[in-house]
Unconditional design. Structure first.
Ligand code: UD1
Length: 423
C-alpha cells in the first residue's frame, strides 16, 4: 500500500500541464464498441481507471493498444464481442456501466452486473435503464445482474427526471445505431457529453444539441474509423488552481478550457484568489497577505459548481477568513473528507446536506486517509497548506483520477513523497 507524505507550507510556483479528462475518456472508450473499425483516442491520461476500462473492453473481445508515453489508445472491436461483463472487472469502476448502451446497440444483448453503491452515495442506474427501455430494450434484473435485449433499438422521445451524466451518455450511445430519431430531454450538458458527441459524430453518428438540455440523435446504420483528441480535465485543472490558492502560490496552468472552469474561477475570485488568462495559460495567485476569504458553495449539475470540486474547495475554505456554507445537492453522502479535515484542525459542522466551515487560518499536519478520489485530492491540498507533516493513506483512490499528482506537485516546489507502506 502506498501513501503520500506531505510537508506543508511551501507556496507553489511554476507551470503545470493539465492532462486529458478522465470523465471524457471513459465513455469514449466504451463508445468505441459501437464500431468494428479502428478508433484512435489521443490525449489519454495515465490513470488506473483507464487501465480498468481497458481490461473490460479486452474481456469483451475488443483489441486495445495503449501507448502510455504518447497518450494514445487504439481500440478495434472488430471480432465477435462477448455481450457479458464480469463482476470482478465491472466492480472496479462505476463508469464501466457505460458499456451497456454500446454493447446493446452493437450486439443486441448485454448482461452486466448492477454497479453497487460507493463511498459518496447509492448511485442507482434507474435512469439509464428507463432510457434503454424507451428505446425498445427488454430489461430484466436478476441475481445482481442487468440483462437487456433488443433486436434493433428504435428511436424514442425520452425525458430524464434528473440530468444524469452517465444516463445521458448511455442513452445517446445506444441511440446512435437505433432506427429513427431519439430526442433526449433534460439531458446533462457537461463538457464531457459534448466530447462524447464529437467523438461519435466524427465516426459518422448524427447527434445534434449536445451541450444543451435537448439532444437529438438520428440513428445511422453503422459507424466508421475515427481519430479523436480528448478534452482537458477540468477537475484536475480545478484541483491545481486550489493548490495554488491554498499555498498562496503563483501557478500557471496550460492545456485548459477556461469556459469549462467558469464556476470554479468565479468561486476562487469570490474567495479573493486572483485568476487571470495570460498568453502562457491560466494564472492563479493565492490571496495576498493571508488566507482566502469565506465563500458559500452549492454543487449543481453543469454549468453549476461541480460536485467533483466540492471536497477540494473545502480544503481551501477550512482556512479562509470567515464562515462558509457548502451544500452538496448531487450526491447524498459526499462529506467523507470532513472527518479527515477535522483531524487536521478544521472547524466544520455538518447539518444534513450542508457543511458549515469556520475558517481557522491554518491546518496542522496529521495522519489521514483518502476515502474516495476527490476526498483524497482534498487531503493533499489541505496538507500542502498545513503546518508540519501529513501522512495520507489509501492513495490508490487518488491514482484513479490524477496522473502523477505527486510528481506534478513536486515540479511546482511541493514537498510530497510517495512511499510504500511495506518498505
Ligand atoms: C459522473 C462523473 C462523476 C461526477 C458526476 C456528477 C463520470 C465517469 N463520473 O458520474 O465524476 O461526480 O457525473 O457530475 O463521468 N442518478 C440516479 N439514477 C440514475 C443515474 C444517476 O438517481 O440512473 C443520481 C445519482 O445517484 C446522483 C446524481 O443522479 O445522485 C448524479 O449522477 P450522474 O450525473 O449520473 O453521475 P455519474 O454519471 O455517475
Amino acid at each position: 500500500m502506498e501513501k503520500f507524505i506531505v510537508n506543508g507550507g511551501r507556496p507553489l510556483a511554476g507551470t503545470v500541464r493539465i492532462g486529458g479528462s478522465k470523465n471524457a475518456v471513459l465513455p469514449v472508450m466504451a463508445a468505441a464498441l459501437l464500431t468494428g473499425e479502428k478508433c484512435v483516442i489521443r490525449g489519454v491520461p495515465r490513470l488506473s481507471d483507464v487501465a480498468a476500462m481497458e481490461d473490460i473492453l479486452e474481456s469483451l473481445g475488443a483489441s486495445v493498444k495503449w501507448d502510455k508515453r504518447a497518450g494514445v489508445i487504439t481500440i478495434a472491436a472488430d471480432g465477435r464481442l462477448l455481450p457479458e461483463a464480469s463482476y470482478e472487472l465491472v466492480s472496479r469502476l462505476r463508469a464501466s456501466f457505460q458499456i451497456t448502451g454500446p454493447l446493446l446497440a452493437r450486439t443486441g444483448s448485454v448482461k452486466i452486473p448492477m454497479p453497487g453503491g460507493c463511498a459518496i452515495g447509492t448511485r442507482p442506474v434507474d435512469l439509464h435503464l428507463k432510457g434503454l427501455a424507451a428505446l425498445g430494450a427488454e430489461i430484466e434484473q436478476e441475481h445482481g445482474f442487468v440483462r437487456a435485449k433488443a433486436r434493433r433499438l428504435e428511436g424514442a422521445k425520452i425525458y430524464l427526471d434528473f440530468p444524469s451524466v452517465g444516463a445521458t451518455e448511455n442513452i445517446v450511445m445506444a441511440a446512435v445505431l437505433a432506427r429513427g430519431q431519439t430526442v433526449l430531454e433534460n439531458s446533462a450538458v457537461e463538457p464531457e457529453i459534448v466530447d462524447l458527441a464529437n467523438f461519435l459524430n466524427s465516426a459518422g453518428a448524427d447527434i445534434r444539441g449536445a451541450g444543451t438540455d435537448t439532444i437529438k440523435v438520428n440513428g445511422v446504420k453503422e459507424l466508421r474509423a475515427t481519430d479523436h483528441t480528448i478534452i482537458p480535465d477540468r477537475i484536475e485543472a480545478g484541483t491545481f488552481m486550489v493548490a495554488a490558492a491554498v499555498t498562496g502560490g503563483d501557478v500557471t496552468l496550460t492545456n485548459v478550457v477556461c469556459d469549462h472552469l467558469k464556476p470554479v474561477i468565479a468561486k476562487l475570485k469570490e474567495a479573493n484568489v486572483s485568476v487571470s488568462e495570460t498568453a502562457k495559460g491560466l494564472r492563479v495567485c493565492g490571496a495576498k497577505g493571508g488566507a482566502a476569504v469565506a465563500s458559500d458553495i452549492k454543487t449543481l449539475p453543469y454549468p453549476g459548481f461541480p460536485t467533483d470540486m466540492q471536497a477540494q474547495f473545502m480544503a481551501l475554505l477550512a482556512t479562509a477568513r470567515g464562515t462558509s456554507i457548502v451544500t452538496e445537492t448531487v450526491f447524498e453522502n459526499r462529506f467523507m473528507h470532513v472527518g479527515e479535515l477535522k483531524r487536521m484542525g478544521a472547524d466544520i459542522k455538518i447539518d444534513s446536506r450542508s457543511a458549515v466551515l469556520e475558517g481557522v487560518g491554518r491546518l496542522m499536519g496529521a495522519q489521514v486517509r483518502a476515502t474516495d478520489l476527490r476526498a483524497g485530492a482534498a487531503l493533499v491540498l489541505a496538507a500542502l497548506g498545513a503546518s508540519g507533516a501529513t501522512e495520507i493513506d489509501d492513495i490508490y483512490h487518488i491514482d484513479r483520477g490524477y496522473c502523477q499528482l505527486d510528481q506534478k506537485l513536486q515540479s511546482l516546489g511541493a514537498d510530497i513523497r510517495r512511499v510504500n507502506d511495506g518498505a
